[in-house]
Design a protein around this ligand. Structure first.
Ligand code: TMP
Length: 218
């Protein structure tokens, strides 16, 4: 029987460096010939549900400059968004994450169900227990890296980038709420490691590797 792969998740507010750090980890696994896949939520081009989520985000952004009535018309209720993210995740867990881990391959995943708690829960006041219930099919990660950064700094990084999806979340007051929620979640759940992401990318990466070593020889 093959040993199961390890399920590694990166979480954090927008522009916290999840993309950079998960890339560095994938490069490290490549060098060491460690088997892995990289994946992310929403599932982007792979699932039609995530295309629906992104379509809604695009429409919301497009109409945001118009009257509030127009913008409201195209915005889905937070509960609907939670259900769409959960549906996308069900596809992800059943079709990608579980089969990959069972083959003994590690999974590096950018965002998972804690993102729904942090965004839909903390920003839109969707009931946290209900979010947990609709995500009950989720298997638990072996380790979750919370890349923690001051939202003033992370927002500076994305200033000037146009056409970002889900730009509605990228306001300072919202990012502060999301960060606070993530810090609370890190105490509530097992296997979470808070990584200070306000440092150079190499030092951050070294901290991640140090935490990962007991699980994977990397
Ligand atoms: P990202 O591509 O920068 O990670 O952005 C994905 C956006 O989607 C981010 O703003 C957070 C949002 N999101 C939710 O609101 N709920 C979720 O469950 C997930 C997975 C993402």
């Amino acid at each position: 029987m093959t040993n199961k792969g390890k399920f590694i998740v990166f979480e954090g507010i927008d522009a916290s460096g999840k993309g950079t750090q998960s890339n560095l980890l994938c490069e490290r696994f490549d060098e060491l010939k460690i088997n892995y896949i990289y994946t992310r939520e929403p599932l982007m081009e792979i699932s039609s549900i995530s295309r629906l989520i992104n379509g809604v985000a695009d429409l919301t952004a497009k109409y945001n400059g118009l009257t509030p009535q127009n913008s409201k018309k195209f915005k889905l209720a937070p509960q609907t968004m939670s259900l769409l993210f959960a549906a996308d995740r069900a596809e992800h867990v059943q079709k990608i994450i579980i089969p990959t881990l069972e083959k003994g391959i590690n999974v590096v995943c950018d965002r998972y169900y804690a993102s729904s708690l942090a965004y839909q829960g903390a920003l839109d006041n969707v009931d946290e227990d209900w979010i947990l219930q609709i995500n009950r099919f989720c298997i638990q990660p072996d380790i979750v890296f919370l890349l923690d950064i001051d939202p003033n700094k992370s927002l500076n990084r994305i200033k000037g980038e146009k056409d970002r999806r889900h730009a509605e979340f990228e306001e300072l007051s919202k990012q502060i709420l999301v960060r606070d929620k993530y810090l609370k979640l890190s105490k509530q759940f097992k296997n979470w490691k808070i990584i200070n992401a306000d440092d150079n990318k190499e030092s951050i990466f070294q901290k991640i590797i140090a935490e990962l070593k007991p699980l994977i020889n990397c």
